[in-house]
Design a binder for this molecule. Structure first.
Ligand code: 5AD
Ligand code: SF4
Length: 470
């Protein structure tokens, strides 16, 4: 999946539902979420479904009646983490033999019933399109059986379910606008675990954004594996909406609601989207445009359906139409048969694109994917590692240069929280998605302030408020 990756720190996060009156009678659910922002957003849907079925959550696994791991299958190490966690949970189960352990999400979809067989660790296996069935499946486990639902759907978008906002700062929220992926990048397991692409009704998206704004949220991130292929036709009046139209509709909810989106695909991003970004001040000038590789032969093997030249044209279009736009990328090292020269093409396209940030990965063969079936995973581990560290080192340099270029500039910042390092400071991001830390003065969470940047660390800009914003 082309996902916006949430920070490492948020992976495996424990999520807690708001405690409601009468919770003493409710059963207790403990959820951990692994992987991408889409999974995080799905966990909020799961929490909503469960809270409607006599569950409340707990942060303490020891007191849980049910534990859910919402899992990721994108690379082998993501799955290994979950196996490790399941083994730890086996020990918890020793003290509480009635504990129900469920595996949700992409790993559930990929491994299906085999998850039930190995090591007697799991009672419940539920794929990403089957969350509405969770209450029935829990009943089944209660009656002493194992329960599985890994059916994928062509329609399910959970459009009518109001996600329970979990572990949130009360300012930023994710809105899922579509599910699944039809792209079939050869390395990627997502089309198999999340099924066919389908878009959610735009009215329900705009409504969700409006409700969030009314609840005090000031930033929404529209999520999809490939947002540029969003399309929805309203059956009653025939109104058609593409991604540019959707951005516009959400931007119009309120000028004080910031809009972000992820992920864009280089083959699909349109000038219409870029012009829409420019037209509305509250649509952030930031695009996550994964390149994966800078070499056209490798891109063809990856089935990315664009070339190096096409990608460079997309970068040129962004720079021309949206000056000052933040751009980030996903990069894979050591894909099947990649030569040293081809790896250097990746480094040079990173240099050309001047990414502000990159999410960097070592190729990990996933069973069943086009690449696993057709190509040999033939780049030795030490070469993958060395290429990856060259990619990481270059990105560090590019991020540093990008931060240095920002010194002396003033940015509009949405105040998100008190800084982790000092309670005298607040932090928030600028349009380009860079975190800026600044002395608090009298700024509050949810305010917009103008911050002049005077310095930077490797990952953060440092500045001072020069003006209260609106
Ligand atoms: N190996 C390594 N990285 C992968 N990604 C997806 N599948 C794999 C894989 N098999 C990366 C891609 C994608 C991001 C979400 O994860 O870069 O954009
Ligand atoms: Fe993203 Fe390609 Fe995977 Fe689809 S198949 S989720 S576009 S990497």
């Amino acid at each position: 999946m082309q996902e916006k990756y949430i920070d490492e720190a948020r992976q495996g996060e424990v999520m807690e539902l708001p405690i409601n009156f009468g919770d003493e009678q409710k059963r207790k659910l403990y959820i951990e979420s692994y992987g991408c922002a889409m999974n995080f957003s799905d966990t909020e849907i799961v929490a909503s479904i469960m809270s409607g079925n006599n569950f409340t959550t707990t942060r303490n696994v020891e007191e849980a009646d049910v534990v859910f791991l919402n899992t990721c299958a994108i690379r082998d190490n993501a799955e290994q983490r979950v196996w490790g966690r399941l083994r730890e949970l086996k020990l918890v189960k020793k003290n509480n033999p009635d504990l129900i352990v469920g595996v949700l999400g992409c790993m559930a979809e990929r491994l299906k019933t085999s998850l039930l067989e190995s090591e007697q660790l799991v009672d419940l296996v539920v794929g990403p399109d089957a969350y509405r069935d969770l209450p029935n499946l829990i009943n089944k486990v209660d009656s002493g059986q194992k329960a599985v639902n890994v059916l994928l759907s062509r329609e399910e978008t959970y459009a009518d379910i109001s996600p329970v906002r979990l572990s949130t700062n009360g300012i930023s929220a994710f809105i899922s606008i579509m599910r699944g992926c039809d792209n079939m990048c050869s390395f990627c397991v997502v089309p198999f675990t999340r099924g066919r692409e389908r878009s959610r009704d735009f009215d329900s998206i705009v409504n969700e954004a409006r409700l969030l704004f009314e609840d005090g949220y000031r930033e929404v991130t529209l999520l999809g594996q490939n947002v540029d292929s969003y399309k929805y036709t309203n059956e009653s009046n025939g109104e058609f909406c593409n991604f540019a139209n959707l951005l516009e509709k959400v931007a119009l909810v309120n000028p004080l609601l910031r809009i972000r989106f992820s992920t864009s695909h280089p083959k699909d991003i349109t000038d219409e989207v870029l012009h829409t970004i420019v037209k509305y001040e509250n649509i952030c000038n930031y695009i996550h445009l994964p390149v994966q590789s800078g070499n056209s032969r490798i891109l063809k093997l990856m089935n990315r359906t664009y070339t190096r030249e096409w990608y460079i044209d997309s970068i040129n279009a962004i720079r021309k139409i949206v000056p000052g736009c933040g751009i980030s990328s996903d990069v894979i090292s050591g894909f099947c048969s990649e030569t040293e020269e081809e790896h250097k093409d990746t480094l040079s396209i990173m240099q050309y694109s001047q990414y502000d940030y990159s999410y960097t990965f070592k190729y990990s063969e996933r069973p069943g994917t086009l690449a696993a079936r057709n190509y040999k995973d033939d780049i030795p581990e030490e070469i993958k590692n060395r290429r990856l560290s060259e990619i990481i080192m270059l990105q560090r340099e590019l991020s540093h240069q990008s931060n240095k270029r920002d010194e002396g500039k003033t940015f509009r910042v949405l105040v998100e929280a008190v800084s982790k390092k000092s309670t005298d400071d607040m932090c928030g991001r600028n349009d380009q998605n860079k975190m800026i830390v600044f002395p608090k003065q009298n700024a509050k969470k949810g305010d917009y302030v103008y911050v002049k940047v005077h310095g930077c660390t490797s990952a953060t800009l440092l500045g001072e408020i020069v003006e209260k914003g609106s």
